[in-house]
Design a binder for this molecule. Structure first.
Ligand code: GDP
Ligand code: ZN
Length: 329
């Protein structure tokens, strides 16, 4: 800041601004709210009483995203987001410049959707689990299209179920087509904020349409209103399930990668390796052929699953490839 003295005109302007601010605060009310959508420099904020206000954002509030808990300042004419509360977590993905950007905040549960078709890859499940574990989000493995389970593909799905059940993860079978498993799924979505992730074609849109029958219309209306006819589905929006619980959804959330993770974070994302890795002889152990690697030892003694270990190595190797492109990670 310059130490230059303010001119009289400048001082007067600052005094006026201060008075205006005081006046606006006198006539305004502060209320807690939840960001349910973000557009440019505006956000839709829902108050505890269920009213939704389109708000401008005060400057210097940082990157506010859907799911953020905020304080709303309501005047007679308009509402502004006055402050943001610290978030328990922020789901981030790189933007087109490779810079990490938050896309959603305060997520409790990651619903990892798999299906008999397209066939589920354990490696992809593990990638999502790494993100969930690092964010402190509870994963729920959801086998959709259970109406398509047959003696031929049952074995593959059962193997996946056994593997993740043994690691202590919750699993549900459901069908977006028939009603199978939907009641149980609704129970598992109540009282928390979930995101749905998984490979394209497993039925995420179909499931969300079943779970949010009245919301599709709202999505269309909202994006049209804001973008004059253009769809803004890349923006994350928060929806309420009928039986309680929320969902934050956008195409960017449904299919994200994890190339910005470090090796330590990947180890942390494999719940059964996390503790064992503490006993490796070297702190920078790559867990491949390093002497004194506790993970390799556990593998030789059948203490951990070989499939998971190989999946772990695949993830680590892809991180090495992209790290060159993304300095700083
Ligand atoms: P997304 O890419 O994960 O959003 O998947 P979609 O919801 O677009 O579904 C992909 C395809 O799978 C569509 O043709 C759906 O009709 C179909 N589909 C989704 N859920 C089910 C299901 O439970 N059973 C069956 N048989 N087909 C489903
Ligand atoms: Zn090791």
């Amino acid at each position: 800041m310059s130490k230059q003295r303010l001119t009289r005109q400048q001082s007067r302007r600052i005094a006026n601004q201060r008075d205006n601010l005081a006046n606006s605060q006198e006539n305004s009310e502060l209320e807690n709210g939840l960001v349910i959508a973000r557009f440019g420099n505006q956000a839709d904020v829902e108050t505890d009483r269920g009213e939704v206000f389109r708000c401008h954002l005060r400057r210097n509030l940082g990157d506010i995203v859907t799911g953020d808990k905020v304080v709303l300042e309501r005047g007679s004419e308009s509402a502004v987001v006055a402050s943001v509360k610290p978030a328990k977590n922020r789901l981030q993905r790189p933007d087109s410049y490779g810079k990490l950007k938050a896309v959603a905040a305060n997520i409790d549960q990651m619903v990892i959707v798999i299906a008999p078709q397209p066939q589920a890859h354990a490696n992809l499940i593990d990638r999502y689990l790494v993100v969930a574990e690092n964010l402190g989000v509870t994963p729920l493995l959801l086998v959709n299209k259970c109406d398509l389970l047959s003696p031929e593909n049952r074995g593959h799905i059962n193997k996946i179920k056994e593997q993740y059940d043994a690691l202590g993860y919750r699993l549900l079978e459901v069908s977006a087509k028939t009603a199978a498993g939907q009641a149980q799924l609704k129970e598992n979505l109540a009282a928390k904020t979930s995101v749905f992730v998984g490979q394209s074609g497993v039925g995420k849109s179909s499931l969300l349409q079943k779970l949010l029958p009245h919301e599709t219309l709202k999505i269309g209306e909202l994006s049209e209103q804001v973008n004059k006819g253009k769809h803004t589905t890349t923006h994350a929006a928060l929806y309420h399930f009928q039986n309680g619980g929320n969902c934050i959804d956008s195409p960017g959330i449904r299919e994200f990668g994890l190339w910005h993770f470090t090796r330590e974070q990947v180890v942390n994302g494999f719940s059964e390796l996390r503790e064992i890795a503490q006993h490796c002889k070297f702190r920078d152990c790559t867990h491949k052929n390093d002497p004194g690697c506790a993970i390799r030892l556990a593998l030789e003694e059948n203490g951990i699953s070989e499939a998971r270990y190989l999946s772990f190595l695949r993830i680590i190797d892809t991180l090495d490839d992209v790290q060159i492109k993304a300095p700083g990670y």
